[in-house]
Ligand binder design. Structure first.
Ligand code: ADP
Length: 480
């Protein structure tokens, strides 16, 4: 049995801004169920973590953390949720603020978090065999572990959930905050800056990312976000393991957020559609296809394409609901298009888990035309609610959505490959045709119920990574 410590910046049910939280919230349970490893998780204790959770947390240690000339205290708290032990690093100066990210000193905040994690290691209930960090916010824990420890016995894994976000800081931060001997500088530096993700990629024993296709893509300059040279260099230690989702939580037959539970029967799904139409002031009709977007409204998600062709698409007899927050240009454009088409489109600029679930359940089609997509969970959640995804073939979208083929009846969604607005419009129109053809649509609907993306296989793949690292360690010891 291997003890594994996940280091991350968000996890359901405590705090969430996106798919990373879904993964860190649900993967540990799945890995623990394999019986081969036991995962615990360590997170910052943000102010937005609700009192309902905080009141049952137990403080187990207090440590001093030094960032250059600064000395801060960190309290270590713990709480067990659904059998998984969570640890929290408490420091009000860095985390007693609204929200999670987006502060000028985010670099300093997460240097603090990663240093605090290492200071807290001796106080954990179980010493990890493997430290498994997620994304740039946690990547420094890997790098610091490798550089601090004289004889590192803990193996390290870094998972890239999104290569775009790297945690870059002025190069002075290496001396001012990270404060290691100069000989380590090159392991933390990229393009003249301190780069937290690069530091993790350079030092980790193994690197994973969240889909096989993205693992290949990021070795190219188009998808590599400037880090492709180091990913190529580490290609032998890089693997793609597809994300799953918590199929107990995202379950149309039991989800308490829904207006009506349903499993296979389309008419019960229709009741959820009517509920959303009424809730958002759209005409209540069964015979019109409802398209949904539930997303961060950012360039990555391909909204240049959708805003470009939405008005043209809305000339057809369709309904579109956009739920999301993000870049102001997309918030503005989606709001304007909805205002120009009040009987067909609604834009809700908010992040609301309950509404999201209701909308997944209500929609016939889910639009996700991403420019790049490491894995994407939203299309998997849509499939759980029997909603056909319409996606661009990239990264994890390519690995999880197969285009509907009306001749052999295969496929669970609609796909296009070029990053081109009219290619998106073409598949939107094709989905509209399929919707109005009973035979084709019922075949597609049957296919939506066929497969669910549980964590089962992926959890085993992570355990295989831990095993191979720990075995290599014992082999090295025997040889020594
Ligand atoms: P990301 O790149 O944002 O992590 P994913 O598809 O991997 O994209 O995961 C997005 C997660 O965030 C999904 O669980 C999705 O349902 C949720 N989500 C996105 N936008 C909203 C919103 N406005 N309200 C509620 N949940 C949202």
């Amino acid at each position: 049995m291997y003890n594994v410590l996940f280091v991350g910046s968000e996890a359901t049910p405590f705090i969430k801004t996106g798919g990373l939280a879904d993964v860190i919230g649900s993967l540990p349970k799945a890995i623990n169920e394999t019986g081969d490893a036991e995962v615990s998780v360590i997170l910052p204790l943000y102010r937005d973590i609700k009192e309902t959770w905080r009141k049952d947390m137990q403080t187990i240690a207090s440590v001093e953390v030094s960032l250059g000339w600064r000395q801060h205290q960190a309290n270590l708290l713990t709480y067990v949720f659904e059998g998984v032990r969570f640890y929290f690093i408490e420091n009000d100066f860095y985390f007693g603020r609204d929200g999670i990210y987006g502060y000028m000193d985010d670099g300093e905040r997460f240097v603090f978090f990663n240093k605090a994690v290492l200071e807290c290691l001796p106080h954990l209930y179980q010493q990890p065999d493997v430290l498994h960090a997620h994304d740039w916010h946690a990547a420094l824990s890997v790098a610091l572990l490798k550089t601090f420890q004289s004889a590192p016995s803990i193996k390290t894994v870094l998972t890239i959930h999104n290569l775009k976000f790297q945690g870059k800081m002025e190069h002075d931060a290496f001396f001012d905050l990270i404060n290691l001997p100069p000989k380590h500088f090159s392991g933390f530096e990229w393009d003249g800056m301190v780069n937290c993700l690069k530091a993790g990629l350079f030092h980790a024993d193994h690197i994973t990312t969240v889909s096989p296709s993205y693992a290949e893509e990021i070795k190219t300059s188009y998808f590599g976000e400037g880090l492709d040279p180091i990913l190529l260099e580490r290609a032998n230690d890089l693997s793609g393991i597809l994300n799953g989702i918590d199929t107990e939580s995202y379950n149309s037959a039991t989800d308490d957020a829904l207006y009506t539970h349903f499993q296979y029967h389309p008419t019960l799904k229709q009741a959820n559609k009517r509920f959303i139409q009424e809730k958002f002031g759209l005409p209540v009709r069964d015979d019109v296809p409802l398209y949904a977007v539930i997303s961060r409204l950012t360039e990555q998600k391909g909204f240049h394409l959708l805003t470009r062709v939405a008005s043209e698409f809305l000339e057809q007899d369709v309904q579109l609901v956009v739920l999301g927050t993000g870049e102001s240009r997309f918030e503005h454009d989606f709001t304007q298009i909805a205002e120009a088409n009040p009987t067909k489109m609604v834009t809700k600029l908010m992040f609301d888990e309950q509404v999201a679930r209701q909308l997944y359940a209500a929609a016939d089609f889910f639009i996700m035309p991403s420019k790049f997509e490491p894995c994407g969970l939203a299309q998997l959640i849509a499939l759980q609610y029997k909603t056909a995804p319409i996606v661009r073939e990239t990264g994890g979208l390519k690995d999880t959505v197969q285009p509907f083929n009306e001749y052999d009846g295969s496929g669970n969604g609609f796909c296009f490959s070029n990053y081109n607005a009219h290619d998106l419009l073409n598949v939107l129109r094709y989905s509209f045709d399929v919707y109005h053809d009973c035979n084709r649509f019922s075949k597609l609907y049957d296919n939506l119920t066929g497969h669910s993306f549980t964590w089962f296989t992926s959890a085993k793949s992570y355990v295989d990574v831990y095993k191979s690292l720990c075995r290599a360690e014992s082999y090295e010891l025997v040889l020594a």
